[in-house]
Every structure is written in C-alpha cells, then in structure tokens.
Ligand binder design. Structure first.
Ligand SMILES: NC(=O)c1ccc[n+]([C@@H]2O[C@H](COP(=O)([O-])OP(=O)(O)OC[C@H]3O[C@@H](n4cnc5c(N)ncnc54)[C@H](O)[C@@H]3O)[C@@H](O)[C@H]2O)c1
Ligand SMILES: [Zn+2]
Length: 370
C-alpha cells in the first residue's frame, strides 16, 4: 500500500449479542485503548496475535492500551493456517490460566483471519465467553473475516469444522497496517473482495475492474475504498442473517471448491484467497453449464481475477480426491453438493442440491483430471 489518506468511516453490524461498531481509520491502532475504555469492555486485555504480526504491531497496541489504563498482555502463536487447530487452542487456554485471565478481561484479536478465527473461538469459549475486539491486519480480515462473528479452527480432515458464532464488541480497521503484508498475501485478500463484488455488489466489481492494475500493486488509493465497500456489504448481509441459514450463504461463493482445494493442498499449496479465486472460476463454470451465467460474464470475472494477479489456471488435481474433501463441506447434506451459483456480476444464488455430474463436467472443462 503506497498512500493512505482516507477519512474515518464508521458503520455497524447487528448480532444476537448486540450491535457492534466497525471503525475504519488510518492510524486507528493508536486509538484502540481509548475506544475500548470508552466502551467499558474490560479492565485487562489479552492481545492474541501471531508471531509475525506481534513483532510488527503488538508494541503499538500494548502502548495504546496501557495509555488508556488497560492492563495488557500479549500471547502469540506461529503464523499461518497450520496453526488454526485444536493444539493452538489448548496452548492458548493454558496461557490464559497461567495469566489469571478472568471475567473482567477482554480478548483482542490482532492479526489476519487465522488470528481472528482462533482468538475469536478462545474468546467465545474461555470462561464461557469474554468480550472480543477484532483488529484485523490483512486485506482479507479487514474486508471480510473480522465481521460477522464466525470463529473456529480446522481439523486435519477439513476447514473450519469446529467453531462458534461469536460476535465482536468492536472492530477496529487501520488500513495503514496492511502496508507490510507480503504482496502474495495482499493479492490473496483481494480474492475475497472480488468474491463479495461478484456475489452482491456490482458497483464494487466495477471499481475493482477500473483500478485492477493499481490494486494488484496494492496502491492504497483504490484499496481502502474497496476494503470499506466489501466490509460494509458484509456487515449488511450478516446483520440480516447472522447464523448463515439464508442469504449470508451467498458469501460462500467460490468456497465449496476453494475449501476442498485448500484441504487437498494440505493448507500449504494455496493461500485461502488463492483457493477461493480458483473456486470462483469453478463456480462460474458450473453456472454457465447450468444456463444461469453468460459466457461473457464468466470471462469478465476471469479477466478481473487475472488483472488482480490471481491468474493461476485451475490445477490438474484429481476430481475424485477433490470430491473426498467436498463430502466434509458443512454445506453438503445427504451426499448432494450445496453450491453457490452466479447469475451475473453482483448476483449469487444458493443452490441446495447441485448435481455432481455438472460439477464434474465443470471441473473437467477447467482442466481437472476425471
Ligand atoms: N471468520 C470468517 O468469517 C472468515 C472469513 C474469511 C476467511 N476466514 C479465514 O481466514 C483465514 C485466512 O486469513 P488471512 O488471509 O488473513 O491469513 P493469516 O491470518 O494467516 O495472515 C496471512 C499471513 O500474513 C501475516 N500478516 C498478517 N498481517 C500482516 C501485516 N499487517 N503485515 C505483515 N504480515 C502480516 C500473517 O502472519 C500470516 O503469515 C483462513 O483460515 C480463513 O478460513 C475466516
Ligand atoms: Zn473466505
């Protein structure tokens, strides 16, 4: 991110636990402590982070909390998806016991989607629930995962199989923080922004198309409004459907095949966003085969992903192996594949029972091995 000169924006999301504010402001990290104090969220804070983010931003976070009179401690774990598991949870619970974390404490998730999901689940479950504040530090987490209250960890056999809905009390988005992201991570985050655009925000899609080159180079001028638009769209949809029973399911666009690819690659080969971009290509192809999407719109999505630097071709993976991971997808029931189709830019539809045969044809035509 080269320049950040945007003014503060605040919006909110509704949850069964109450409404929470989402504040976007360059330099927000420095104000974290005073916002938490003003909201009386706790007297003591545990900042949960990964080692990479902790080295970059924990000092500023802790300083801000101390300045506000909040006693703060840092706990961290190794970065990456491979830390999003039960073992990490157990270690964190043990550290919480050692630290004497009690009911007057709050949890601050400082990091990307992995930290948000792990720290969120710890906040949901330790002492049956402590207040949670998200401070997302990746494009993906700022645009998407910090909002909506989904928390949890992976099992070896599938993504996000253990988790809870647990809404934060506050989300603090400081767009300056993403400047230190490795370019590959930032671009993977753009996939989730493109997903929101394709699923429900045609205007955001046009913004991404218009500024794709700058976005691929992580220029903050178009990036910050893109993050804000995606985060707003997400806040709106999760407010209507907190528990993912209805309309929220369209945010899983690209994720059925995306999650299966991630598992197939041992959570190593593709970053989440990269797998989602490939999943979006599969979803568009299925939609074309189902007669829902025009070839022109499929190409339009393809061009945008290419221009954002998400230009990897669909891998030559075995469809049989891919299907063994689809089985565990939480959206699949009784052997049918639940799937999010697209009917055009900004229009997605949940489909309970997609025929496997169509999915096989789509994957084959993209280059997967039958
Ligand atoms: N809860 C939800 O609603 C939701 C939504 C989408 C994705 N997710 C989950 O989010 C996860 C992916 O999140 P992610 O892409 O943010 O991954 P991540 O949290 O692993 O972060 C990516 C990498 O960037 C590093 N990093 C983070 N912030 C940085 C910064 N500012 N500067 C430099 N390095 C930084 C991290 O240490 C890590 O190595 C997946 O597990 C996915 O399932 C959850
Ligand atoms: Zn995702």
């Amino acid at each position: 991110v080269r320049r950040v000169k945007s003014s503060p924006v605040t919006f909110s999301a509704r949850s069964s636990g109450g409404r929470y504010a989402i504040r976007v402001e360059p330099g927000a990290l420095r104000r974290l402590g005073s916002w938490i104090r003003d909201r009386h969220l706790g007297e003591r804070a545990v900042v949960v982070s990964d080692a990479t983010v902790a080295a970059l931003y924990a000092p500023a976070a802790l300083r801000s909390l101390e300045r506000a009179g909040i006693d703060a401690t840092l706990v961290s774990f190794p970065p990456g998806e491979r830390s999003k598991n039960l073992r990490t949870l157990e270690r964190l619970y043990e550290q919480f016991v050692d630290l004497g974390v009690d009911r007057d404490s709050l949890v601050i998730a400082l990091g990307g989607g992995v930290v948000g999901d792990v720290a969120g689940f710890v906040a949901a479950t330790y002492l049956r629930g402590l207040p949670l504040v998200h401070v997302p530090t990746t494009v993906l987490a700022q645009a998407d995962s910090a909002i909506g209250g989904k928390t949890g960890v992976d099992l070896p056999r599938g993504k996000n199989l253990v988790g809870a809905f647990y809404a934060p009390r506050l989300v603090v988005i400081d767009p300056v923080l993403v400047a230190t992201l490795p370019p590959r991570e930032a671009r993977a985050g753009l996939a989730e922004v493109a997903k929101v655009a394709m699923a429900l925000d045609a205007r955001l899609f046009r913004h991404l198309e218009r500024h794709a080159d700058e976005l691929a180079n992580l220029d903050s001028t178009p990036l910050v409004p893109a993050i804000v638009a995606a985060a707003r769209a997400k806040a709106k949809i999760v407010s209507e459907d907190e528990r993912d029973r209805g309309r929220r399911r369209i945010l899983n666009y690209g994720h059925t095949v995306g999650h299966a690819l991630e598992a197939l690659g041992g959570y190593r080969r593709w970053l989440h966003g990269e797998a989602v971009a490939l999943g979006m290509r599969a979803a568009a192809r299925v939609s074309v085969l189902e007669g829902r999407l025009s070839a022109a719109d499929e190409a339009r999505q393809g061009h945008l992903l290419d221009a954002l630097g998400l230009d990897a071709a669909f891998p030559r993976v075995s469809i049989g192996k891919l299907f063994s991971h689809l089985e565990l997808d939480k959206k699949s029931r009784r052997g049918e594949v639940a799937f999010v189709l697209t009917a055009g830019v900004g229009v997605a539809r949940f489909r309970r029972n997609l025929s496997r045969e169509v999915l096989v044809r789509a994957l084959t035509s993209l280059g997967a091995k039958p």
